[in-house]
Design a protein around this ligand. Structure first.
Ligand code: GLN
Length: 579
């Protein structure tokens, strides 16, 4: 029988519920259980694919081509599982499904209501994941905070689950926040008490309360929460803000989370503590130990909200740790580069990343960043749009085709070096209509990609989310100026990677390698990029290039990742958003 752990949030949002859920998954997986995870999002969008990154942060893409909440990225990174479309359910999906069934006459004669029709549909989705994953445990996060109007059907559904699947098979965890009052120098539990009261009003009595706080929590507060919220003392867990999210599984396990889950859910796991998290403990030690810092610029248009580039940020951290370095990100707005020039913002960085994006705003600044990296021999990694701007820059500045562009930004250009894929012509729906999910790519040549992926002819599987493509009619001319295709689809039709072989590292991928990077399994492209960055050349403010004392490329932990995600094939569908 599958066991279910439901995680709700109270008091305020943005206190790291996704990280907590991933950490609980990690703890159980390390104890030998199979784990799957599910995010219930109460908003009415069918998926976050059409939302602006400013609304939602990054859109995380799974192997099967689903555009999902960024928390799924945390789940995959923490638990090292491959999730799919069953792992992100929104109100939009539930309501459109219930209404479609009503129109088909499936409920003939009945009045369609939130309870039971919407709640039943929610429970069906939860059970569908349990069935298809056959996991021992499903960890389910309910998005938003208790008290949100749109979250009510989800809370009602998870309340009903305890009766339906049995008391021993369901565990409720509530994550709250303890605010700090500086004038009296104390942390307050009252908002937690109120939010638990609200939850109990709905009929859910939490088995555990995890209290996030920016300060260390005095022991006395634990018993106060026990009294007011009616949870056992071992069910009150403290989660002070820590410098790395990867510490969270250890913090929870040190307070007995694994044993508590095992006892309540009758999992019969052997009594253990953090020693069960072997590998993870060493990884966190590695994070905490002082080491050389590498400053890498991420140039994009959504840089004010770092969550927009969550997986890129994490992939850089993973690769840095692999080489015993701390990567510090310099967030650079591409529109600022347009105003003041690349030198003002990029001088002194050890590497440059241009991540994905949609729409023309800020693109010229990204092209300037590419030129700066190319001319100054600064390691550069382009991700999707970051690859496309590399191609535009080469056509403009090396082939002299001044109007070269992507037809996404200039439909009438005479030099459409990036163009709509043939099967995208005529597609007008924005939701779920891009090229999404994993597709194979064959590595060619002897350059950075071959070094990263283990040699020419290797076939890799990577995740995609794009509508436009490298235009093959410019392949030969671009190669003549040094920009070569070193990754193509197995039928040779689609260019997946381009790079300059005479540059220390300058590569762009049409796919999104960041989605496959994990804490102890850095992605090969990021790993190779950071290896070169750590040995690299820095353009200093006075204009001179100097060699850094850099690294020895030592792979400190010796972790390797599986480069071939076994995956369902992505569907030929997707969406775009500009903001
Ligand atoms: N806007 C580009 C396209 O649709 C790039 C997409 C991306 O960076 N994910 O092809």
């Amino acid at each position: 029988m599958t066991k279910f752990i439901f995680v709700t949030g109270g008091v305020v949002s943005s206190v790291g519920k996704g990280v907590c859920v991933g950490s609980i998954g990690r703890i159980l997986k390390s104890r030998g259980l199979s784990v799957s995870l599910l995010k219930l999002d109460p908003y009415l969008n069918v998926d976050p694919g059409t939302m602006s990154p400013y609304q939602h942060g990054e859109v995380f893409v799974t192997d099967d081509g689903s555009e999902t909440d960024l928390d799924l990225g945390h789940y995959e990174r923490f638990v090292n599982v491959q999730l799919g479309k069953l792992s992100n359910v929104t109100s939009g999906q539930i309501y459109s499904d219930v209404i479609a069934r009503e129109r088909r006459g499936e409920f003939l004669g009945g009045t369609i209501q939130v309870v039971p029709h919407v709640t039943d549909s929610i429970k069906e989705r939860i059970m569908a994941l349990a069935e298809s994953s056959s996991a021992d445990v499903i960890v389910v996060e309910v998005g938003g905070t208790v008290g949100d109007i749109e979250g009510l059907p989800f809370l009602e559904a998870i309340r009903q689950m305890r009766n339906e699947v049995g008391r021993d098979n369901v565990f409720y965890t509530h994550l709250t926040f303890l605010p700090y009052i500086s004038s009296t120098d104390e942390l307050k539990t009252k908002p937690t008490q109120h939010s638990v009261r609200e939850l109990r009003g709905i009929g859910i009595q939490p088995d555990a309360i995890i209290c996030r706080s920016d300060q260390t929590v005095p022991e006395g507060l634990r018993s106060k929460i026990v009294v007011h919220c009616d949870v056992p003392i071992e069910g009150v867990l403290m989660l002070p803000t820590v410098s790395s999210i990867y510490e969270v599984p250890l913090i929870l396990e040190d307070q007995g989370m694994g044993n508590l889950l095992s006892d309540t859910l009758r999992l019969n796991l052997k009594d253990a503590g953090r020693e069960s998290l072997n590998g993870w403990v060493e990884f966190v030690d590695q994070i905490k130990k002082p080491k050389e810092t590498l400053e890498v610029a991420v140039v994009g248009k959504y840089v004010d909200l770092h969550d927009s580039y969550m997986s890129v940020k994490e992939a850089l951290i993973h690769a840095g740790l692999h080489h015993d370095r701390d990567v510090e990100i310099r967030w650079v707005g591409s529109e600022d580069i347009e105003k003041d020039g690349a030198e003002s913002y990029l001088s002194g960085v050890r590497g440059i990343v241009v991540p994905g994006g949609f729409g023309y705003r800020g693109v010229e600044g990204m092209i300037d960043a590419v030129q700066y990296a190319r001319e100054n021999q600064i390691p550069y990694l382009g991700l999707c749009l970051g690859m496309q701007v590399m191609v535009i820059e080469a056509a403009r500045n090396l082939l002299g085709k001044k109007d070269a562009n992507s037809t996404e930004f200039d439909e009438k250009t005479d030099n459409p070096v990036i163009d709509l894929m043939p099967d995208q012509v005529g597609v007008t729906d924005k939701g779920g209509t891009m090229r999404l999910g994993v597709y194979p790519c064959e590595i060619l040549g002897e350059g950075a990609s071959a070094r990263a992926y283990g040699g020419s002819e290797t076939v890799i599987m990577e995740r995609h989310r794009h509508r436009f493509e490298f235009n093959n009619s410019f392949k030969v001319s671009l190669a003549s100026v040094g920009l070569v295709a070193t990754g193509v689809s197995p039928d040779g039709q689609l260019v997946e990677i381009v790079e300059y072989e005479d540059h220390p590292f300058m590569a762009g991928t049409q796919f999104h390698p960041e989605f496959l990077s994990g804490p102890t399994r850095p992605h090969p492209m990021f790993r190779e990029f950071i290896r070169v960055v750590s040995n690299g050349v820095v353009k200093t403010p006075n204009g001179a290039n100097s060699t850094t004392n850099g690294g020895n490329g030592k792979d400190s932990l010796g972790f390797e990742r599986d480069t071939n995600s076994k995956a369902l094939h992505g569907s030929q569908s997707g969406s775009t958003t500009d903001a």
